[in-house]
Structure formats: C-alpha cells, structure tokens
Write a protein that binds this ligand. Structure first.
Ligand SMILES: [Fe+2]
Length: 292
C-alpha cells in the first residue's frame, strides 16, 4: 500500500529498521506472559528470571537505580518481587527488553536515551497520580503506570536509530508551532505513536499497552477512549510541559485532547497540583542520583 510521506526514502529505512530490530528476549516474554495471565507464583517468576543471568543482573541493576529509591540494596529477585510486586517487576522486565533492543554504543545517543527514560519515569508517575486522583481501580492505576513508562518507545526508536532526521522533524514542529504528530505524519507518513504500537505488537506487548502507545497523542473517537489511554495522554502532555518549561508554543505542539480533558473532570487546580507532585518526583529521583 502506498503511504504518503514527504520523505519516502526515510520512511523505507524506518520500515526496514523495524524489521531488523532484535526480538524481545524469550525470558522477558515469558515473565510478561506469566504475570499477565495471573496464574504464576512468585517462585515461578523468580525461576524464569534467574534462569537468565543477563536479565537477572539487569533487573537487579534497574531495581537498585535511583528511580526506585530503595533504602537498602536489593540483592535477589525474590526480594525484588516482595518489595515491588509482580506488576512492577513486569514493567521493569519489559523496559529492560526495550532497552536491550534499542541499545546504542554512541555516548551522544545514550545521553538522549537517558533523558527520554527520565521523561518516561515522570510520565509513569504522572499517569499513576491522575488515575488515583480519578479514583480508578488499582488495575487501571497499574495499567496507566506501564503505559506512562513505555508509551514513547516509538520516539525512543526514532531518536536512537534516526536521530538526525528525527531531530529535524522535532525542529520543524517547533519552528512552525505545529503538533509534533502532525509534522511526523507529513514527513514520515506515520507517527511515533503508530511506530511504537507496531513495535509493541512485534514484541508481543499486552493489547492494552499497545493501545495506550498508539493513542497517546489523543484526537481519538469515543470508542477508543479508555481510562488508561486517557491517563497516559494527559500524563504525556503534562510531562512535556514540565520538561520544556520555556517552550512558547507548547500548547500548539502538544495539544490536550479536549474530550480527554473533559473525561478527566479534573479542575485546573488538580492539574496544577499533579504537575507539582510530578516535579517533586523528578527532583527526588535526581537528588538520589547526585548522592550516588
Ligand atoms: Fe509521545
């Protein structure tokens, strides 16, 4: 099928790069599937993870990173499950799988990835806070958390593998004060949200996670508006405003979907409160980082 895009060659390269990406490690898929199905015990999950030395060490390294703010060193997977719970462990394992597939040896790209992950952690915290403020169930809170964390994997993919042309797309959106996803569609014939959803499908992510990735830019019909999609859209917009404090056209570049804002029923005061809390979460993570 012919897809309209300004930069046809780039679009072709992107499609090829997606096909060439490494598969999600089997251990990651087994952990995610077992936790999703809900019938695995903690010791079964522990056995799956510890059967893979590389994943075990990455899980422990991630769990001990500043973002989790652990008071003590977590030294075993059993301990990680006890402290974080199964769903958080699933999120950590999925993130490790994504990082594994999108690894880069360039220090410049690594620095870009690091700041992209910082925004993802902030979005996870923000989506969780919105879901809680709305009084949604624990299941939705946890779904929103993983959505916040992984909704921008399409952007991570583009920043990692197509950094220079994708940076030009971002610059054009800034110069013309147009929504980033509109400029992406003009240039690439697709958006980072759609690319991320394709990656999620390729990596066998759960269906609700794929939806949150695909729909996080908003402009969606009522039939697609689920609470978790709404929380992730709002979190993405709020965090974009936090990380770009001096951006004059932020409302044009990352517009809120009015239907989702309407759905949230949150007042401006609540939005401001959540924004301040998320800023606090970011600072806390940074403060631990410095002390490390
Ligand atoms: Fe995004």
């Amino acid at each position: 099928m012919a897809i309209r895009s300004e930069n046809f060659l780039l679009r072709r390269y992107i499609e090829k790069a997606m096909v060439d990406l490494p598969a999600m490690p089997t251990t990651v898929l087994r952990v995610v599937k077992s936790i999703e199905e809900g019938d695995a015990s903690a010791s079964q999950i522990e056995r799956i993870i510890t059967g893979d030395a590389a994943i075990t060490s990455k899980v422990l390294k991630t769990v001990n990173s500043p973002y989790f703010g652990m008071a003590r060193q977590v030294t075993s997977i059993t301990q990680a499950i006890t402290i974080l719970g199964m769903n958080q462990l699933r999120n950590v394992t999925l993130s490790i799988g994504v990082l594994n597939a999108l690894s880069s040896t360039s220090p410049r790209i690594q620095a870009i990835q690091k700041s992209a992950w910082e925004s993802s952690f902030a979005s996870a915290s923000c989506a969780t806070r919105i879901a809680k403020a709305k009084g949604l169930s624990n299941t939705v809170v946890e779904t929103a958390l993983v959505g916040g964390l992984l909704h921008d994997i399409g952007q991570l993919f583009l920043l990692t593998l197509f950094n220079i042309p994708y940076t030009e797309v971002i610059t054009r959106s800034r110069r013309l004060a147009l929504p980033l996803h509109h400029v992406e569609r003009q240039v690439l014939g697709t958006t980072h949200a759609e690319l991320g959803a394709s990656l999620g499908e390729r990596w066998s992510f759960p269906a609700d996670l794929v939806s949150m990735i695909r729909l996080h830019d908003g402009e969606i019909g009522a039939e697609d508006l689920t609470p978790s999609v709404a929380c992730v859209h709002l979190a993405d917009r709020i965090v974009n405003r936090i990380v770009n404090p001096d951006e004059p056209d932020i409302d044009a570049r990352y517009p809120f979907d009015p239907n989702i804002v309407g759905w949230s029923g949150l007042t401006e005061e609540q939005f401001n409160e959540i924004t301040e809390e998320v800023k606090g979460d970011i600072e806390k993570a940074k403060a631990v980082n410095v002390a490390d």
